[in-house]
Write a protein that binds this ligand. Structure first.
Ligand code: SAH
Ligand code: SF4
Length: 344
């Protein structure tokens, strides 16, 4: 699939480079809403490129949580495939966009509804970029909702680092044309080591926040729930993490390990002690304990007391551990519940 800019270049081969900056500015200005309204472009050029898609995805259905703090959009792509993208109110009263990177996912984590779909395809750079545009437009057209988008998390459908170049393209556009800064974007990865390695030396990969889905610091347990894990994954990840922190770490830049709390699988004291030991062997890593969102895949969420005990065990060992508040689970918009069913 060709990108918007490739199509424009084909239709207007003599277009000057600065025109692309004007177009990008317009694409991120919700009040513009169409080629015809880009007043900075000559009229003939607007005519020439009028057939190029303004938005690479269109709204199929929108659902809102009962508490009004989560919106889930089912978005249709040019080839008819569907993805989900979520807007959530965050602790600071602004909005966080949870964006998808792929249609489905190949990684097959045992507790994740997206994984069960398998991988259909990578999203194009425009399709990743446009999810933020979609929500900017949504808030613009619904001013009664109010608030601004302060963060984007790549925690929707798919493994972002398995779509490395398109992800990088989209993030660089967001950074250049919106008010988002580097610490406002978080990429969550299952721990795709070749790409984690690549980003360390890639000058064009923006210095955003990274979250790694660890889920267990015990090799056999991790392997059982994250099938892409392998024998020496944990030492390799520890080694990468140390180099990441040496390169990028500072007071504002830590590394996060995500940990879905699954009853009887990874939530007992031995698990917490192993996690604390692992994290302490690395350095400035925070742990984010995620309540398991129901996916009909044979797991149960850890009860609250267990989660609190787990957190205390970590904290006693000097590990900073936060608990994620569940959001949007009444509309299946929570982590790991994203899988395209028209009825959901
Ligand atoms: N593929 C990436 C990003 C998308 S998943 C990754 O795995 O990190 C975003 C987060 O949701 C990950 O931490 C993932 O482990 C978690 N998740 C998946 N299924 C879940 C479920 N059923 N309940 C809670 N969190 C889940
Ligand atoms: Fe893919 Fe992430 Fe789901 Fe695993 S948890 S299957 S990596 S989307």
């Amino acid at each position: 699939m060709r990108t918007r800019f490739e199509l424009i270049r084909e239709l207007a081969p003599s277009i000057e480079p600065f025109r692309f900056r004007q177009i990008d500015q317009a694409l991120f200005a919700p009040e513009c809403d169409g080629w015809n309204n880009i007043s900075s472009l000559p009229y003939e050029m607007r005519e020439l490129i009028a057939t190029v898609q303004w938005m690479s995805l269109s709204l199929e259905t929108m659902r809102k949580s009962a508490s009004n703090d989560t919106y889930k959009a089912l978005l249709k792509l040019e080839d008819g495939l569907l993805i989900e993208s979520v807007l959530m109110r965050n602790a600071r009263g602004s909005w966080t966009v949870c964006a998808s990177s792929q249609v489905g996912c190949a990684m097959g984590c045992a507790f994740c509804a997206t994984g069960r779909m398998g991988l259909k395809r990578n999203l194009t750079s425009d399709e990743i970029t446009d999810q933020l545009r979609f929500w900017l437009y949504f808030l613009f057209k619904n001013p009664e909702i109010g608030g601004r988008i302060s963060n984007v998390v790549m925690m929707g459908m798919g493994e972002p680092l398995a779509n490395y170049d398109n992800l990088k393209y989209a993030m660089n556009k967001w950074l250049a044309y919106t008010e988002l800064g580097h610490t406002n974007i978080t990429v969550s990865s299952v721990g795709f080591l070749p790409r984690l390695e690549q980003m360390l030396s890639d000058m064009e990969f923006p210095h955003i926040r990274m979250a790694i889905s660890l889920h267990s610091a015990i090799p056999e347990t991790r392997k059982a729930i994250v099938p892409t894990s392998f024998d020496d994954f944990l030492p390799k990840l520890a080694d990468w993490s140390k180099r990441y922190l040496a390169k990028f770490g500072n007071r504002r830049h830590h590394l996060t390990f995500e940990y879905v709390m699954l009853s009887g699988i990874n939530d007992n004291n031995t698990d917490a002690i192993a996690l604390a030991k692992y994290v302490n062997g690395i350095g400035n890593v925070r742990v984010n304990l995620i309540p398991y969102n129901f996916t009909d895949m044979g797991f149960e969420k850890s009860v609250n007391e267990r989660v609190i005990k787990f957190q205390k065990t970590l904290e006693r060992r000097g590990v900073i551990a936060t608990r994620r508040r569940p959001m949007g689970d009444d509309i299946s918009a929570a982590c790991g519940q994203l899988a395209v069913k028209k009825t959901s």
